[in-house]
Ligand binder design. Structure first.
Ligand code: AMP
Ligand code: ZN
Length: 459
C-alpha cells in the first residue's frame, strides 16, 4: 500500500483517497502550488516540481487516476510572503521595461519549457490567478459574510483569532509567536492575520487591478489557491503540495480561509511538502542572489535529466546541498544507466520477478527514490533486471531510459560508400547517390538524408 508523510497529521500512513471507486476509477484530486512568473524558475523551485512529478507518477503506478491542477501566480505575490513589499509581477515589469502581462506570459512559457526538459508531466489543468478574479472576490465575500474579516486603510484582512485551530499545519501555537515581535504589523490586529484583498494605494495606478469592495485593488496571494483548487477539485479534495516554506504562511492561510468559507474539515486530506535545495548555509532563492537555472546548468554541460537524477538520489523530505561535483557525478551515473539500458535491450536476462514487488515497496514507502535507484543498480550488477522491467520502473523515475539512440558501428566499406555518396550529393549527382544507397543496403545498412546530413542505421 502507498504510504505518504502527511504534514497535517505529522505521520506517515496509508494513502486512502476521499472517493473510493470500484477499481480506483474515481480521480484523486491533486493541487500543486505553481510558480510566481516574474523570473525564471531556479533549480530549487524545480526540485519541488520534480518531487510532485514523482508523487503523481507513483500514484499512477498504483493505478490511481488523477486530476492534477497547477496554478500560475501572475498577480498578488508580494516580495515578502506575508503582506508587505512590492508585487513581484510589477517589480519584474519595472526591471525589464515590459508590462506585467508580458512578463507573466514570457516566464510562464519559460517555466513550461523547463518542465518539459525535466520530463515532468503536464498537469491536467493549468489555471492563472488573473483568470479567476470573480471566484476570488466571491471567496472574500463569503468570508466577510462569516464575520471573520476586518478592513484597514490598505485592504481586507482575515482575523486569525476568529478560528480556534489556526496554524495547525505548522504547529504555530507551539512556536510562541510573541506579540511585538519584529514583524511589520501595519494596521493588522494580530501578527498572523493576512490580507485577502489589497487596495491600490491612493494616487497610484497598478497595471493589474480590479474594482471590488468599493476600491480598486488586487487579490492576496493565498486567496488564489483556495479559489482555484476548490473550483476545479471541489470543496474537499485529496492532496495539496508545495515546498516546505509554504507550511507556516501560505498553506496555513489557505487552510484557514478555505475551511472557514466552505465549512469542510479537513479542506484537504493530505498535505505533502518537499524539502529545500540549499547552497551552503542558505536556501536557494532569487532574493539571495544565488540563483541557478536550467540554463546555468546547460552552460556547464549538465543536462536537465542529469539534474533530475541528482534529485532522485535524495529523499524529497531531506535537505539537499547543491554542488557542481555532485551534479557531475550524477551526470556520469545517468550516462552509465543509459549504457546499461542499451546493453539490456539486446540481452536475454533471466529475471527474478520479486524485483517488481521490491521496487513497488520502495517507491510506496513515501516515494523512496534513492532506495529504488539503489535496487536497480544492485539488480543490474547481478544481471537480474531485464529491459522491459527497467522501462516499467522508468515510468516512475522519468529518466528517459527508453530513449536510447542505437549505437551503430559502421564497417569501413560502408563508411567508404557513405563518403562517396556524400560527395555525389554535393555535386547534385542524385542518380549516383541512389545507386550508392542500394549498395549500402546490400551490406545491411540504411541511409536517410536529414538536415544534419546522412543518418545511418541497421536495416
Ligand atoms: P515560487 O515561484 O517562489 O512561488 O516558488 C515555487 C515553488 O518552489 C514553491 O513550491 C516553493 O515552495 C518552492 N521553492 C522555493 N525555493 C525552493 C528551494 N530552494 N528548494 C526547493 N523548493 C523551493
Ligand atoms: Zn498556493
Amino acid at each position: 500500500m502507498l504510504s505518504l508523510y502527511n504534514t497535517l497529521s505529522k505521520k506517515k500512513g496509508g494513502f486512502k483517497p476521499l472517493k473510493k471507486g470500484i477499481f480506483k476509477s474515481k480521480k484523486v484530486g491533486l493541487y500543486a502550488c505553481g510558480p510566481t512568473v516574474y523570473n525564471y524558475a531556479h533549480v530549487g523551485n524545480l526540485r519541488t516540481y520534480v518531487f510532485e512529478d514523482i508523487l503523481k507518477r507513483v500514484l499512477k503506478y498504483n493505478d490511481f487516476k488523477i486530476n492534477h491542477v497547477m496554478n500560475i501566480t501572475d498577480v498578488g505575490h508580494l516580495t515578502d510572503d506575508a503582506d508587505s513589499g512590492e508585487d513581484k509581477m510589477e517589480k519584474g515589469a519595472k526591471r525589464e521595461g515590459k508590462t506585467a502581462w508580458e512578463i507573466a506570459k514570457f516566464y510562464t512559457d519559460a517555466f513550461k519549457s523547463d518542465l518539459e526538459k525535466l520530463n515532468i508531466e503536464n498537469p491536467d489543468i493549468w489555471c492563472k490567478a488573473t483568470d479567476h478574479i470573480p471566484e476570488q472576490i466571491d471567496l472574500v465575500q463569503k468570508l466577510i459574510d462569516k464575520g471573520v474579516t476586518y478592513e484597514t486603510s490598505d485592504g481586507i484582512y482575515f482575523d486569525t483569532t476568529k478560528i480556534d485551530d489556526y496554524g495547525k499545519l505548522a504547529n504555530l501555537k507551539n512556536q510562541e509567536l510573541k506579540a511585538g515581535e519584529r514583524v511589520d504589523m501595519g494596521e493588522k490586529k494580530n501578527t498572523t492575520d493576512f490580507s485577502l484583498w489589497k487596495f491600490t494605494p491612493k494616487g497610484e495606478t497598478r497595471q493589474m487591478e480590479w474594482d471590488a469592495f468599493g476600491h480598486k485593488g488586487f487579490p492576496g496571494w493565498h486567496l488564489e489557491c483556495s479559489a482555484m483548487a476548490t473550483k476545479y477539485l471541489g470543496k474537499q479534495f485529496d492532496i495539496h503540495c508545495g515546498g516546505i516554506d509554504h507550511v507556516p504562511i501560505h498553506h496555513t492561510n489557505e487552510i484557514a480561509q478555505s475551511e472557514t468559507a466552505f465549512d469542510k474539515k479537513p479542506w484537504v486530506k493530505y498535505w505533502l511538502h518537499g524539502e529545500f535545495l540549499v547552497m551552503g548555509e542558505t536556501k536557494m532563492a532569487k532574493s539571495e542572489g544565488n540563483f541557478i537555472t536550467l540554463q546555468t546548468l546547460k552552460e556547464k554541460n549538465i543536462s536537465p535529466l542529469a539534474y533530475r537524477y541528482f534529485l532522485l538520489q535524495t529523499h524529497y523530505r531531506k535537505q539537499l546541498n547543491f554542488s557542481w561535483e555532485a551534479l557531475e557525478a550524477a551526470q556520469t551515473g545517468l550516462k552509465r544507466l543509459h549504457e546499461q539500458a542499451r546493453k539490456l535491450k539486446d540481452t536475454e536476462t533471466k529475471v527474478n520477478k520479486k524485483i517488481n514487488t521490491t521496487f513497488l515497496e520502495k517507491i510506496n514507502d513515501d516515494l523512496n527514490t534513492p532506495e529504488a535507484l539503489a535496487l536497480i543498480w544492485e539488480a543490474l550488477k547481478s544481471n537480474k533486471l531485464d529491459y522491459s522491467t527497467l522501462l516499467e520502473f522508468d515510468k516512475v523515475l522519468g529518466l528517459g531510459l527508453g530513449d536510447i539512440e542505437e549505437e551503430v558501428v559502421i564497417p569501413d566499406e560502408v563508411q567508404k560508400l557513405l563518403d562517396e555518396r556524400k560527395k555525389a550529393r554535393k555535386e547534385k549527382d542524385y542518380k549516383k547517390s541512389d545507386e550508392l544507397r542500394d549498395e549500402i543496403k546490400k551490406l545491411g545498412f540504411d541511409v536517410k538524408d536529414t538536415n544534419k546530413g546522412q543518418e545511418v542505421g541497421r536495416l
